[in-house]
Design a protein around this ligand. Structure first.
Ligand SMILES: Cc1cc2nc3c(=O)[nH]c(=O)nc-3n(C[C@H](O)[C@H](O)[C@H](O)COP(=O)(O)O)c2cc1C
Length: 158
């Protein structure tokens, strides 16, 4: 079994959340992790993972264009290798209160969920709020991501 976690982190907050989750999965399954500028959709599709997690920052009142393009590319590559990823999940890092970014969280979820390439997407989105543009993350954020990763892993290996 394999999970891929990709992110579009600039200041390292999304990267550290991705790493915290990767550590959980690594205890029982194979993990691929990286920045979307370094990991191509083809790399991930060829691996035929069981779970895909995509993280994006909210910048200028939107999720990153690059992460949306990356998801589009992933779906195209999945069609080519004839693979459906059973489960997906999204997370957002943001400075504004969670309530104010809810709309972009929902939209980003929908972007991953649309079509048949990813069979099911974990409900909602994980919030990684930063106290300031460059961080740090709000207290309890990493713990929350670790908790969710543990839940996902439990469901995958049972
Ligand atoms: C140019 C710029 C625009 C931003 N616009 C927003 C915004 O509209 N809403 C928001 O919640 N955060 C905004 N932020 C804060 C980013 O969400 C934050 O820097 C990022 O999530 C941190 O994650 P990272 O360390 O992984 O890059 C902005 C940051 C930058 C640099």
């Amino acid at each position: 079994m394999k999970v891929w976690i990709v992110h579009d982190s600039t200041f390292g907050n999304g990267k550290s959340l991705a790493e915290a989750m990767a550590e959980v999965f690594r205890q029982q399954i194979e993990v691929g992790i990286g920045h979307i500028k370094k990991i191509t959709p083809r790399d991930v599709a060829n691996d035929k993972p069981n779970l895909i997690i995509v993280g994006t920052p909210v910048r200028a009142f939107s999720t990153s264009f690059a992460s949306k393009m990356w998801i589009r590319g992933l779906k195209r590559q999945l069609r080519e290798v004839n693979h459906i990823i059973p489960l997906g999940m999204v997370f957002l890092t943001h400075a504004m209160p969670k309530k104010m970014v809810e709309i972009w969280g929902k939209r980003f979820h929908k972007i991953l969920d649309r079509g048949i390439a990813i069979a099911e997407v974990y409900p909602g989105w994980l919030s990684g709020r930063v106290k300031d543009t460059q961080g740090p993350l709000e207290e309890g954020t990493t713990e929350n991501f670790v908790h969710t990763a543990k839940q996902l892993l439990e469901n995958m290996v049972k």
